[in-house]
Design a binder for this molecule. Structure first.
Ligand SMILES: *[C@@H]1O[C@H](CO)[C@@H](O)[C@H](O)[C@H]1NC(C)=O
Ligand SMILES: *[C@@H]1O[C@H](CO)[C@@H](O)[C@H](O)[C@H]1NC(C)=O
Length: 273
């Protein structure tokens, strides 16, 4: 009798296991939705419309006099993006749609603060790809199929049967908050431009081997030996690990600027080239 019960239990377990295996997490890549394949075309002072300025790049204004350009002015850091106008170009905090900004109905891009994939802070079906970092670099936005949510564990879209929909809730301005249960992905809740509006979450991730520390408000890197190690968020910087009073400590250092511009860290060599 006892053996029979055991056998039945084993059979039931086996059945359940087979069922679970058939329902394995199904991870898929998303589809690129923004910015769609659009390229920036420089404005032309000589287009015959008598413009007083045009965008010569995504981040610079060309000044026009009598249908000819007399020079180009960078938009600077406060309002980095050039927006074309009917009469004059304007530097703005938001990029135009052909420079990575969102067109109507498209999800907004984010400014790339680190290399690689980042979850969207508000919509769990979106995620962002950053191939370079810098003031004017905007992400490419990808969308998961219906019934899927982005997973930072697998860096792909995973069925919502196995992946909960994570989003960031900003309760207060100028605070940090973790992205779900992750300590590597976090958001900064910036004060909204208009008073009374909810703070805006900006998503970040710590490099490999680092987690965000709420007290130090920085990514804390775990050294696995003395030496220099790649910062997977930004190849122009690296972690220097060394012993200080018998304890291993890390410092985030910037690669020097060489004669031909910024240098990048080479993990094989252990220094910047
Ligand atoms: C924000 O407020 C909500 C609702 O009161 C609460 O559930 C959540 O834990 C709060 N989040 C943080 C980061 O304090
Ligand atoms: C790093 O340096 C090695 C040795 O010089 C070289 O073979 C390799 O291509 C470099 N890697 C990168 C990413 O530049």
């Amino acid at each position: 009798m006892m053996d029979r019960a055991r056998l039945a239990l084993a059979a039931a377990l086996l059945l359940q296991l087979t069922y679970l295996q058939a329902q394995d997490p199904f991870d898929v890549p998303g589809t690129r939705v923004s910015p769609l394949a659009r390229v920036f075309t420089a404005g032309d002072c000589a287009d015959g419309t008598g413009k007083s300025s045009v965008c010569s790049s995504c981040t610079a204004v060309d000044v026009c006099v009598a249908g000819a350009s007399i020079g180009s002015a960078s938009c600077g850091t406060a309002t980095p993006y050039c927006n074309e106008g009917e009469v004059e170009a304007t530097c703005s905090t938001t990029p135009s749609s052909d420079c990575g900004g969102a067109a109507a109905g498209q999800p907004a891009t984010i400014t790339c603060a680190s290399l690689g994939l980042l979850p969207d802070p508000v919509n769990c079906r979106y995620y962002h790809l950053c191939l370079s970092v810098g003031t004017a670099v905007q992400s490419a936005v990808y969308e998961c199929p219906p019934g899927y949510a982005f997973s930072v564990a697998v860096l792909a879209c995973r069925s919502t049967l196995y992946q909960s929909c994570v989003s960031v809730t900003c309760n207060a301005s100028n605070t940090f908050v973790y992205y779900g249960s992750s300590q590597r992905y976090y958001a900064y809740c910036a004060a909204a431009a208009t008073t009374g509006a909810a703070p805006t979450p900006h998503i970040f991730k710590c490099p490999n081997r680092a987690v965000f520390n709420m007290n130090t408000r920085s990514c804390v890197y775990t050294c696995f030996g003395q030496g220099n190690f790649v910062n997977t968020n930004d190849l122009n910087t690296y972690y220097q690990c060394y012993l200080s009073n018998g304890r291993m400590v890390s410092q985030l250092r910037r690669c020097p600027v060489g004669p031909s511009g910024a240098t990048t860290f080479n993990q094989t060599l252990g220094y910047c080239t």
